[in-house]
Design a protein around this ligand. Sequence first.
Ligand code: GLV
Length: 309
Amino acid sequence: MSLLLIAPDRDMSPWANALKDEDPNIDIEIWPEVEDKKKVHFAVSWNQPKHVLDQYPNLKAVSSLGAGADHLLEDQALPKSVDICRIVSPSLIQQMQEYVLGAVINIQRNFVHYIRQKDHGKWQAHNHPLAKNLGVGIMGLGELGQPVATQLAQVGYKVLGWSRSEKKIPNTTTFAGTGELPAFLQQTQVLVCLLPLTPETKDILDLDFFKQLKKPAWIINVARGEHLVDEDLIYALDSNILQGAWLDAFTEEPLPDKHAFWNRKNIIITPHIASITKPKEVATQIIDNYKRALSGMELNYRVDREKGY
Ligand code: GLV
């Protein structure tokens, strides 16, 4: 029996080493060099090519390499009988908290402007709101969204949260369902998208959505590029509906050279680094799920195919 690692754009040897350190008895294969496809019972996968996951007749479960599992849910080649799970780890949470807090502080305190002004020898102060008066709205209150909200509240921001079903989080004003979305948006000035990508949330960040935010407004997208309608963002920035956008995820990655986002001063771009899975941090979790899959036990952090997360 073997565990297969699939991630075409990454060097997977650190993953194989971390898993071997955790359990030297497990056979590990790295795609595409697979000795015996029948031996593969569990896979760990990130951005797998189409028509790969249907080649392993004994595959029982597949784990995402990260927090999101949309690449697995939308893969037509993955048989419906195969369970899906994802990574939930303190290190992913901590990194996401750092990233979002850093972005929010940069936006609130105008650091982006000051960094640019220095290049032109310009001494000019800009007003900034007090943290307690800045509405930071987190969309998606799951394993990452909740701790991000809690930390922003600890720092003193006015934190709002929105999710599909009702959630209670200390020091966060929460809203649920489409009915409460307008009320959430009207009080939100910095919108943080941490939603899972599902048919309902695809293209959710569109012009109509931006218009409802409290002005001046920013968006931070640390979820998926497909949540955002790129043309609507450009239009909203050009017409002062939005003041800026801080983006870590894009529909096409790497972001193509000719993409309109590159030339916009008020779009900050980071190359999908908000929260990176470190092999050593999650080896125990993966091996545990591998053993659970082999013995027919319920997986930890199993993804509900109906809900899409
Ligand atoms: C990264 O985007 C992840 O899903 O972990």
